[in-house]
Design a protein around this ligand. Structure first.
Ligand code: MFK
Length: 534
């Protein structure tokens, strides 16, 4: 009798040790002391991400949050119960300093690079605990900028950056209303001032992710301020009292979503919720854009994290699965497919690392004007480009498993469901393409961005990157020609072409970054990974 066949299951190895691309970027951009200092933390997070976090994330995924609106005696309580897995991952986020790292900035601007790597290793195993972290990081930045002297803001910042899980808070960012998701100008939540000076918010927030956060930033229209987005003010509020009662808020229901199942996302009625304006009432949308730009960096990071996971899973399976007399890894067409996944990942990773580098310099006050402008334009481009790549790569990962990739208990389908939110929240592909155009038209960021793109390829001559750099320069020249024609084209045509233009800019900049990495690798005498990807 022949023994029954059981497929050997693919194993995920320490995600830091498996990621040579990430290691090389840090070697290139960090001084030796910083790299030595951060490596043990990254190694530990890589072990967590391939170990205990996987079980917690699975438990959180299969035990989504529940809402209990009333207590046994009919009192409204709106209690949201989170899974054990979610709570464990949230504790790990605090103790490993995912918010403290960039804000304490012990390594100057390179703290953002450190943060990028830590979060990148964490995110794909985090069951979307990374979502409240995104808003928390953005809220700390906004509070430091717009209410630095306020005792309530200082108290919040101390909690939001705490490494002690018993003290650590997260923040929400409630923007979306029934009338407007992308078009925030239609927001109808009203802010009224009581005679004693207390501000109260009334309205409905239609998508509030991580509703269990201890504080939030949100937008509301001060009574009499008028229509449109410029009349919106940014408020800070604490939804939950210390006794667990809500601040004049009702949770209508939790959303039933395609993915991000572990993440509590709710519809909320604000029924006179007590709130504080953050600084002056004016310019609320501009203020909350501070949070948006940080959350778009997190979204980029999450996309690169999911892509790394997809590549690792697809390779792990190809090593243990046999078909037609060989391991999948040794079949030419399958190898080609895996190589293409790797290339997409390397491009996205180069973009994410560059965004972290620029954000770090902007935050440290060390960015040149050129770097500041490049960061402004790269933020929407990185979010939209990686958001598209990650869904395609997740889909291909499932396919590489054949039928097993379509079956829930392999743990593979969740990657695709979760990836699908990344091009949607924090600005869809089209909205971000228009944001890129707006930044070009109003803030003049295109010329510095292109200058920066060319600088990435300095020194390509005489290296294996030279032919690629030539192609990238030709593509960049076409994009510059198109950009200079925009002013003469009808607005309708410019808008209709915005997505194609933004994606082309994204891919051309990514190719320039791969050239930069390839030139460095060549100088170091390392194997030519980046040039192969370019
Ligand atoms: C693990 C992954 C982590 C991800 C976390 C996800 C958490 C999800 C929770 C969510 O919050 S999802 C909801 C996210 N919502 C959005 O992203 C809104 C999308 N829509 C936009 O971004 C629109 O472009 C926008 C609402 C901003 C357009 O509105 P308007 O009314 O056309 O604004 P306008 O007049 O263009 O801009 C107003 C001001 O803000 C301008 O400044 P000025 O007043 O000085 O002219 C703009 O320059 C400025 N502004 C807008 N976007 C900006 C910005 N400034 C800097 N950066 C930006 N991105």
């Amino acid at each position: 009798m022949t023994a029954a066949f059981h497929q050997t299951s693919p194993q995920l190895e320490n995600t830091w040790r498996a990621d040579v691309g990430l290691q090389r970027h840090l070697q290139r951009l960090m001084d030796a002391d910083t790299l030595r200092d951060v490596t043990p933390e990254l190694d530990a997070m890589g072990a967590q991400a391939a170990g205990p976090m996987l079980a917690w994330a699975r438990q959180a995924e299969t035990h989504p949050p529940t809402l209990t609106p009333y207590d046994p005696w009919g009192r409204r309580i709106d209690h949201i119960q989170l899974s054990v897995g979610w709570q464990e991952i949230a504790k790990l986020a605090a103790t490993s300093g995912i918010i403290d790292t960039p804000h304490a900035a012990r390594h100057g601007w390179r703290s953002r690079l450190h943060h990028f790597a830590l979060l990148h290793l964490f995110s794909a195993s985090s069951a979307f605990v990374a979502c409240p972290l995104a808003m928390t990081d953005g809220a700390v930045t906004a509070l430091k900028r717009y209410a630095p002297e306020e005792p309530w803001a200082r108290r919040a910042i101390a909690h939001l950056t705490s490494r002690d899980p018993a003290q650590a808070w997260t923040s929400g960012q409630w923007m979306t209303e029934k009338e407007g998701g992308s078009d925030v100008s239609r927001s109808s939540t009203v802010a009224r001032r009581d005679p004693d000076g207390t501000w109260r918010l009334t309205g409905t927030k239609w998508f509030t992710s991580a509703t269990t956060s201890q504080c939030t930033l949100t937008l509301a229209r001060p009574e009499g301020a008028g229509e449109g987005s410029r009349a919106l003010a940014m408020f800070y509020l604490e939804p939950w009292g210390e006794d667990g009662t809500l601040n004049n808020i009702h949770v209508r229901r939790l959303k039933d979503k395609l993915g991000s199942k572990a993440l509590p996302t709710a519809e909320l009625d604000l029924l006179g919720a007590v709130a504080r304006p953050v600084g002056e009432l004016e310019g609320g949308l501009k203020k909350i854009a501070t949070v948006l730009n940080i959350a778009r960096y997190y979204n980029t990071n999450a996309a690169t994290s999911f892509m790394a996971r997809g590549v690792q899973l697809a390779r792990a399976y190809a090593q243990v699965r046999e078909a037609f007399g060989a391991r999948l890894m040794d079949l030419p067409l399958h190898r080609e497919t895996l190589a293409n996944l790797q290339v997409e990942y390397e491009a996205a990773l180069a973009i994410g690392v560059r965004l972290a580098e620029l954000l770090g310099k902007v935050e440290a006050g060390e960015a040149t004007e050129l770097e500041h402008a490049t960061w402004r334009l790269l933020t929407p481009l990185a979010k939209l480009g990686t958001g598209k790549q990650v869904v395609a790569l997740a889909s291909e990962t499932l396919e590489s498993y054949g039928g097993a990739g379509y079956v829930e208990d392999t743990g593979v389908p969740v990657l695709l469901r979760d990836a699908q939110v990344l091009p949607i929240w924090e600005g869809t592909t089209n909205i971000l393409s228009l944001d890129a155009l707006r930044a070009m038209a109003r803030e003049g960021v295109f010329a510095p961005f292109m200058h920066d793109l060319h600088k990435r390829m300095d020194g390509a001559e005489g290296t294996p990157a030279e032919p690629v750099a030539r192609e990238v320069r030709a593509a960049a020249a076409k994009l510059t020609g198109f950009a200079s024609s925009l002013a003469k084209r009808p607005d309708e045509e410019v808008q209709a072409g915005a997505r194609g233009f933004a994606l082309s800019l994204y891919r051309t900049y990514a190719a320039a970054l791969l050239c930069e990495a390839a030139i460095w690798e060549h100088g170091q005498g390392l194997s030519p990974r980046a040039v192969a990807a370019a």
